[in-house]
Every structure is written in C-alpha cells, then in structure tokens.
Write a protein that binds this ligand. Structure first.
Ligand code: IVH
Length: 702
C-alpha cells in the first residue's frame, strides 16, 4: 500500500507537523499524513502515533479547511467517514454509513458539548439533557446485518461506506447469535454496530502461547482482536476468543422498508432491546445520566476503575438518549452531532533507553529487550520492556540514549510508543541488531514468515538453559518447587547439561548447597520422581520442539503407544491427524530424526521417566456398541460432503482409529473420488472393507 520511501517521507512530515504550527505547512501533505496514519491504525494494525496526536493533526486540518473552504478536496480525510479497506478482500456495502466519533478530553469539553446539544435542539440552558454513557471499547469495529431474523452478513468498518466481508468469521463467535427474534419488534432488516474485543486474561494467554511458539506477540488486545476478525480461516477467529459488544442499531426497517428506529424512544431502550434479543451489550457499564454533571461524575468513576475492567477501554461514549433529540441534532460527514467520545488519559511516561539486552529463547529466537532508567507508570516501576524484534526497533527508529515514551498498553505489557526526538543531542547510537548469537556466536537466521532472528545451534548454552527452565516449569513437566533459580544454580555447577540430567541429580550434593535444607531436597526429589510418571503428552510438550504446543502434544500422544514410536513417522503420518499442521509435522519429524534426541529420550527412560502412553493420554473412550468400535479406518481420494479432517473426526466419534497407511491392520478404507494407489493396494488385501463416502455415512448413522 505504502512504499518504504513514502513511509519515510510521511513519518518525517508527521514529526514536522507535530512540532510546528500546521497551517505553516502544505495542507495536501497534512492530508497524506493523516491518511497514512489511518492506514497504520485501522488496516495495518500498527499505529505509529498516539490517538491524541492523530486527533491533534485531524483538528489542525479541520481548522485550516474551515478557514479556507476552497482548499477542501473531495478526498480529504475530513470529507469521508474513515479509512481505506484491505486489498483483495471482498467488500460489503453498509446499509447506513458507519461513522466515527468526535473526541473530548476534559470536563470543559463535555460542558461545551452539552451546550451545543441545547443549541441544536432549541432547549433552554438550564435543561438537563438525558445522556446514555457507556464504555468506548478499544477493539475493531463491526457491522452485522440481520434479515428475517437471521444473521445474513457481517463486515468490518472499512472506509465507513463499505467494509471487508467477515460473515463466516462472525458466525464462529459465541457472542453473536445466528438468529434473533427481530420480527417480534416489527424489524425485518437491521444493521447492528459493535466492537470486537478480547478479554484481558485471554489476551495474556494468547501472547504467552505465541511467545512459546516463537511467534511475534501482539502489542495490545485491540491488535489481537482487529487482526483476529480478518483471519483467512474462520476457526482461527473463533480460537482467538473474540467477543462482540454491541452499542448501536445503525439501521432498522420493517417489511415495507419503513424506518422503525423512531419507534424505539431512547438509546438506553435500544441497547436493552439488543440485550433482550441475545446480544452482548454494556450492562452495568452503562448509565442513563440526567444532565452533564452526572455524565462527568460517571466518567470519572470509570476512569478510576478502568484497570479493573476485564476489557480494554480507551474512554467513554456520551450519547443523547432521546431518539427524537438525536434526529434534531443530525450528523456531520464524520460523526453524529449527538454523541461524543471522552478519551481517558493515556498511561504514559518518558524515560531513557540505556541499553539493549538480547534474550535467547528455548528454540533460539532472539528478543531484544530495552533496559530503561526505572520509571513509575500507573503504580508500577518499569525498567525493561520487550522490543519484540528488529522490525519494531527500525519502525520506531529507536536509538540507545534516546528519551522514549513508554505506555502500559493493554494494562498488561508496557511498551515503547516512540522516541522523543526533540531530546536528542547527537550522542545517541543507532541500534545494530546482532548478526551472531550473543551466547554461542552462531550466525543468526530468519525464516521468511517469522519476525524473529534465530540461533540454529541446538547446543547453544543459552538455549539449553531456557529449554531446561521450560522443561521443569508448570507449563511442561510441572516439577513442583523446581524453578528458574534452581536451574541456573545447577547449570552453573555443571549438574544440568541436557534434560535427562534433571532425573539424574545427586541429592546429597544439593543438600550441601547454601540455602538448601534437607527437607527441601527431599521435597524436590519427591517432585522429580512424581514428574517421571507424567503422561507422555506432557513429556512431548516439555521437549521444546518448535511450534509443538500442549494441544498438539496431546493429540499426538493419543495416537502412540510409546514416544519412540515417533521415530518411524513421516510428515504425512502427522498431518493425517486432525489439527496437526505441516509446520508442527515437519518439526517433530526433524526432532525424531536426530540421533542425539533419541539417545536423550532413551537415557530419560533408563532413569525412570515414563515414555509409554498412559490412561490420561488415551483418547476419550467410545462405547463398545459404537458403529465403528475397535476398527481402523483410512480415507483416500477427495470427499464430496466433508473435508478429510471432518470425516476422520466422525470416524473417531464412532469408535474408529484413523491410520495413515494401507496394511493388514487396516479394517476400512473409504475411497473418495480419484482414489489412487491406496485404493489399489487395499483391493489386494481381502480383509479390508472398501466403502464409498455415502456407504461410510450410512454406516456411522446407523
Ligand atoms: S458509537 C454513530 N459507541 O469507536 C456512532 N462507538 O471512534 C458510532 N466504539 O467506530 C459509534 N465503543 O468502533 C460507539 N460505545 C461505543 C463505542 C464505539 C467503541 C468505537 C466504534 C467507532 C469508534 C469511533
């Protein structure tokens, strides 16, 4: 969309505009700058300036255009509702434009808003207007259309007039009912507005998981939610745990196409109607306020308790409650005149970036971490923040010695918003990302679809230490009381070299270490002995195989009697299992192809670590009378009514076990269209029952 040179020019211009009086510069440049930042925010999901700065630039443009109307162009950001749409996606026209909101930052702004409402509606100054106040959710906007009580389509906001089609994705979200009884209220077609958000706890979990898989983490829940709406595969949207809060009915007509919104007296009633229809809406988070002072007080209580709220909110929205008054106020091209966003103060502080530390993960990913002069931010002292990867550093042009603006984004992880260039004195150093591993000096590599540089030396000490820390952690073998500090001490003593050493410790030596009493050593030994009995799903996960998470480890463990069975598996055998993708398959195959890994597992087994499938590893039992109980099955060729994975899932539910090769062990082969060599092979074995897809369906459905 934007070329690199263009981005650079626009960033230079941004700095110039923010520093000086905008009217002294060219208005067309200001438009381009705004357009660029809209794109960064809404499409690229990577804002480079704060909302406050964006608003400042937007208002500058409005001021210039108000003074010189001749300068207004039809493509000015002030003349359209919002931003561009993502290339190559199919678009949906909204039934009514999805507008933005005007912003306010203090009580005086709100009082002016109240005065303007009274002017627009010819009400006396002493009148107490009724407002509905609700959170300003910080996620991704969506519009959802219901026709004849059924969800018919859903779209992102896009440019306000049309957005990206996300119907299939929306349908996966539990907070979005697939049907709702609109007709009961005389509504034939309705377009609902809402925000896709992610619960703060869920967000933390997603990032922990991504980090453990070597993927780049999301800077905040908004990016995770907005990106999640656009996933190519709807299942991925669902798995992200997105929830949709509805806050507006943008359009509603009856069978004859007549507007029925005037029949709903107030915004408060509208929201309650949506709640009644089964949608997620603000409940205790919203309030009908009588007069602007009540609005100001309610907003203040929310600004104070914002941290405790389960979702990210960046402010509150004040809406004139009465529908009749809303109609009198009307709209500008950009926002309704009857609504106003109140933006909370960002939790930001500035401090010095002293140095960069490069941390090496358990699979070798290098994460740059900024060491900061300690600074207080929303009650917490911040002295280091992750910089994620090289691109992050470059996009923000961070330098050692810079004064940087730090924000506690998502109330979870602090992050650097930008460096404050005005504070530079020329002594700052450009950050040179290392080309070799800081621990073992191996040349770093970067895969095309990954953000992180990686050290590929499996023997790298830093990596080994991280793998040991992970192996004993709660997430993996869960060895009670065996934390990072113990690993570091034992590693330095030379007692831990590889994972098998965890099960070969000399407890009498540990008991002699300072700070280790006899009792704690007994406890440690008991915990290690307990961990030896773990199900193999835990063991597999604890090996730090790139991308192999908990879920995939469990799925694989269901299929094997012994961990070393995996020596004989090829990538196809893995991908034949539902939910195992090619990347995991390739990595597990690579792991089990290495002699030293096999030797490691054998050593662990000799030390008493369980490598055999346990009851806990086995798949859920199906009844003996299930139609395919005890049978092995294989699908080949292309199926017409379902995907291969769906068919395999059905087979498992009916008691069968999917296997990947034709042999005498195979009971049933389901041959779809264009079945090839597997069918031929099966025909040669007379114990294999060969079924068509239809026969298979008939069999499992009794
Ligand atoms: S009302 C016609 N209410 O903020 C009025 N918007 O900056 C349209 N937002 O695009 C918006 N919480 O995605 C409204 N309670 C709320 C909101 C809300 C979040 C988002 C929305 C909108 C953006 C405008």
């Amino acid at each position: 969309m934007f070329k690199d040179t263009e981005k650079k020019r626009l960033l230079e211009l941004t700095k110039a505009f923010l520093k000086s009086n905008a009217s002294a510069l060219h208005v067309q440049d200001l438009r381009e700058v705004l357009h660029y930042h809209e794109w960064n925010y809404s499409i690229n999901n990577e804002p480079l300036i704060s909302d406050f700065e964006y608003d400042q630039l937007f208002k500058d443009l409005q001021t210039i255009e108000a003074e010189f109307p001749d300068l207004i162009t039809s493509d000015s950001p002030t003349q359209r509702v919002a931003v561009d749409i993502v290339d190559n996606a199919s678009t949906i026209k909204h039934l009514s434009p999805m507008l933005s909101l005007d912003n306010s930052y203090n009580a005086d702004d709100l009082k002016s808003f109240d005065e303007s409402i009274k002017k627009l509606t010819n009400l006396p100054a002493e009148e107490k207007i009724v407002y509905c106040v609700e959170p300003k959710f910080d996620g991704g906007s969506v519009g959802i259309v219901f026709e004849n009580n059924l969800l018919s389509r859903a779209a992102t906001r896009g440019n306000g007039a049309q957005g990206e089609d996300m119907t299939a994705n929306a349908k996966t979200l539990p907070t979005v009912p697939l049907s709702a009884d609109f007709s009961k209220h005389g509504i034939h077609v309705a377009e609902l507005r809402g925000e896709a958000v992610i619960h703060k706890d869920r967000f933390k979990k997603i990032n922990t998981e991504r980090e453990s898989k070597g993927k780049s983490v999301f800077a905040n829940p908004r990016n995770a939610a907005a990106g999640g709406l656009r996933m190519k595969r709807p299942n991925e949207t669902r798995e992200r745990g997105i929830e949709i809060f509805l806050f507006q009915m943008g359009y509603a007509v009856d069978q004859d196409g007549n507007d029925v919104l005037p029949n709903i007296d107030s915004h408060f009633d509208q929201i309650n109607l949506l709640a009644e229809l089964g949608f997620k809406v603000p409940t205790i988070e919203k309030k009908q306020c009588f007069g602007i002072q009540e609005v100001i007080d309610f907003i203040q209580t929310w600004e104070e308790k914002r941290e405790d709220y389960a979702y990210e909110i960046d402010g509150m929205v004040v809406k004139v409650d009465s529908h009749a008054l809303q109609v009198q106020c009307g709209f500008t091209q950009h926002h309704p005149r009857w609504a106003m966003a109140y933006k909370f103060k960002a939790k930001q502080a500035s401090t010095k970036l002293i140095a960069i530390d490069y941390q090496i993960g358990k699979i070798g990913s290098i994460t740059p971490v900024a060491k900061l002069e300690p600074v207080q931010l929303a009650g917490v002292t911040i002295s280091s923040v992750s910089l994620h990867n090289e691109e992050f550093i470059q996009s923000k042009d961070l330098r050692i010695g810079d004064t940087v603006l730090v924000e506690r984004a998502g109330d979870v992880i602090p992050y650097i918003v930008k460096s404050l260039e005005d504070y530079r004195n020329g002594t700052e150093q450009v950050i040179e990302f290392p080309t070799r591993c800081p621990s073992c000096d191996t040349t770093l590599v970067k895969n095309e679809n990954e953000a992180a540089w990686r050290c590929t030396n499996a023997q790298c000490e830093a990596q080994q230490m991280q793998r040991l820390i992970f192996h004993v952690s709660k997430n993996a073998m869960d060895i009670d009381g065996f934390g990072k500090a113990f690993v570091e001490i034992f590693y330095q003593k030379g007692w831990l070299k590889d994972l098998s050493d965890v099960y070969n410790l000399d407890y009498s030596k540990i008991a002699q270490l300072e700070g280790f009493g006899q009792r704690s050593v007994v406890k440690l030994e008991a915990a290690i002995n307990e961990a030896k009995k773990n199900p193999i799903s835990k063991l597999l996960h604890s090996l730090s195989i790139h991308h192999l998470g908990k879920k995939a480890s469990k799925i694989i463990s269901e299929q094997i009697k012994h961990v070393l069975d995996l020596k004989d598996w090829n990538a196809e055998a893995f991908t034949d299992i539902k939910d195992i993708g090619p990347v995991v398959a390739e990595n597990v195959v690579a792991f089990f192809n290495q002699e030293e890994n096999i030797a490691l597992l054998q050593k662990m087994e000799a030390l008493g670590v369980n490598l055999s499938q346990t009851e806990e590893d086995k798949p859920i039992e199906v009844g003996e009378d299930a139609p395919l109980a005890g049978k092995t099955i294989l699908f080949t060729g292309s199926l017409q009514n379902m995907s291969r994975k769906e068919a395999q899932e059905m087979a498992v539910k009916s008691g069968a076990k999917n296997i990947s090769a034709v042999s005498k062990n195979l009971d049933i082969l389901v041959a779809g269209e264009k079945a090839g060599s597997k069918l031929k092979k099966a025909q040669a074995i007379d114990t294999v029952q060969i079924l068509t897809e239809a026969e298979f369906l008939l069999l499992i459905n009794g």
